[in-house]
Design a protein around this ligand. Structure first.
Ligand code: ZN
Length: 461
């Protein structure tokens, strides 16, 4: 089965160029001068369109347990929504419970996701219990293609790791070539601020942000970087939200340390003003780290240009407003933390191109190419090139759309971007050569997505 995508502009991280793309089976057979190939079983006309490598969302939480409830997208619904938005690979998180084995946790997540994903998927491992057994098991995880381990300086009593535990895990990461991913917020101090706020009767959603000030993200980021420097482990700061944290990452990178960071669309497009919306509406925007004052956004865009922020992922972790977010009425600390977004990452970042914040090729780099290289998937993913998986997006850069819960495909009852008008839209999506989205309809299949066994990070010295 050969598919020819004809007449488009291929956009790789190296820049745009006019080319036809020939797909044979599940892989790209050729990227050739326009008109060179004429023979194919199916032809997709991409005139006036971009042809992009499928997006890679390196941070999602499908059906994740949190505070007695579970994120509302399953692997089936969440990966279908991802495909609608031009994302053809997700890396989700297997979550070690206290006392559980890492390998049993990994098996459990394979069971949850296996046979259900519409696009390809992989896992990071959340380490919440550092002990001799789990440190040893990190080696087996690396051998099984799961070589990135997320730890938390936030959430005392749940995922929180002490500096000593982080140091031990980083030492093991250094030995195995694995990456430590860090949720960098000072959870011990935050818990005190939360307790004070509640005692004072400050219970509205906006206090979720006010009790997690950017100084405590900056401090934790700096501390994580110091621990990484001491152990020699590479470090990836997840969902960086503030200039305070960005300053710490920039300084580390300038000193030559293997430190990387991602941000998320919600930190680029939303702000603490959204959390202050009346009638508990602000709960829709509760995530951690929290949304910041809008002036942080300019620094984050700058970080994306300078590569101090090298990836944009979503931290997609949806909870419905009805019945889930509402658990926190009268007590913001009980609002499930997380926001929906897996469907809109590519489109939102395209607004950065439209506004002149980033170049066309940088858009592809931060949303597909760098995540592929960062997490050992390149060149199988993240590039339009012969031999790569035929994960392709035909993108119409001039179409317009309005985001809404009424039209999105994520299994959640609100949109964080309700009513936002966007320029550009995904038109056709292929996952390993199969059309999953075309002509405004979903043609994918639950279970088409395969688990991706990942190599080590490609950015390490
Ligand atoms: Zn997350």
């Amino acid at each position: 089965m050969r598919t020819l995508i004809r007449g488009g502009t291929v956009v790789n991280s190296g820049g745009p160029f006019a080319a036809d793309v020939l797909v044979d089976g599940e892989t790209i057979a050729a990227v050739a001068a326009p008109g060179l190939f004429t023979d194919a079983d199916t032809v997709i006309d991409a005139t006036g369109r971009y042809v992009l490598p499928g997006g890679i969302d390196a941070h999602t939480h499908m059906e994740m347990p949190f505070g007695g409830t579970s994120s509302s997208d399953t692997f089936a619904t969440g990966t279908a929504a991802a495909a609608w938005g031009g994302t053809t690979t997700i890396i989700d998180f297997a979550v070690q419970a206290k006392g559980a084995s890492l390998l049993a946790t990994l098996d459990k997540w394979h069971e949850k996701a296996g046979g259900h994903c519409a696009v390809d998927y992989s896992f990071h491992m959340i380490v919440s219990d550092v002990n001799d057994t789990s440190l040893k098991e990190m080696e087996s995880c690396v051998a099984a293609g799961v070589n990135s381990f997320k730890m938390f300086m936030a959430y005392p009593g749940v995922f929180y790791a002490t500096d000593g535990e982080i140091l031990r895990a980083m030492t093991k990461a250094r030995e195995t070539g694995a990456m430590v991913m860090m949720h960098a917020e000072n959870g011990i101090a935050i818990d005190q601020l939360v307790a004070q706020a509640l005692a004072d009767g400050r219970t509205d959603p906006v206090h979720h942000s006010l009790t997690r000030p950017p100084e405590l993200e900056g401090e934790a980021t700096h501390r994580a970087i110091a621990l990484a420097a001491v152990t020699g482990a590479p470090l990836y700061i997840v969902h960086l939200s503030s200039r305070h944290a960005l300053d710490a990452v920039t300084a580390a990178r300038d000193s030559g340390q293997n430190v990387f960071a991602e941000t998320c669309p919600q930190y680029l497009f939303l702000s603490i003003e959204d959390m202050a919306r009346p009638d508990f509406e602000g709960a829709k925007f509760v995530c951690s780290p929290p949304l910041r004052p809008a002036d942080h956004q300019l620094d984050l865009w700058r970080g994306l240009r300078t590569n101090d922020l090298s990836v944009v992922s979503t931290d997609h972790c949806p909870f419905c407003f009805a019945g889930q977010k509402e658990l926190g009425r009268g007590d913001f600390s009980r609002i499930p933390n997380g926001m929906p977004g897996v469907e809109h990452r590519m489109d939102l970042l395209h607004q950065g191109v439209v506004r002149g914040e980033i170049s066309l090729s940088r858009w592809v780099e931060i949303s597909a190419t760098t995540p592929a290289r960062m997490f050992g998937l390149y060149p199988r993913k993240g590039v339009v090139a012969p031999g790569s998986d035929a994960d392709l997006v035909v993108y119409d850069p001039t179409a317009t759309q309005v985001l809404s819960a009424a039209t999105h495909h994520m299994n959640v009852d609100y949109s964080a971007y309700e009513g936002m008008e966007l320029v550009g839209r995904v038109e056709t999506v292929l996952s390993r050569g199969s059309v999953v989205v075309a002509d405004g309809a979903f043609h994918g299949r639950e279970g088409h997505g395969r688990f991706l066994d990942r190599d080590l990070c490609q950015y390490l010295r």
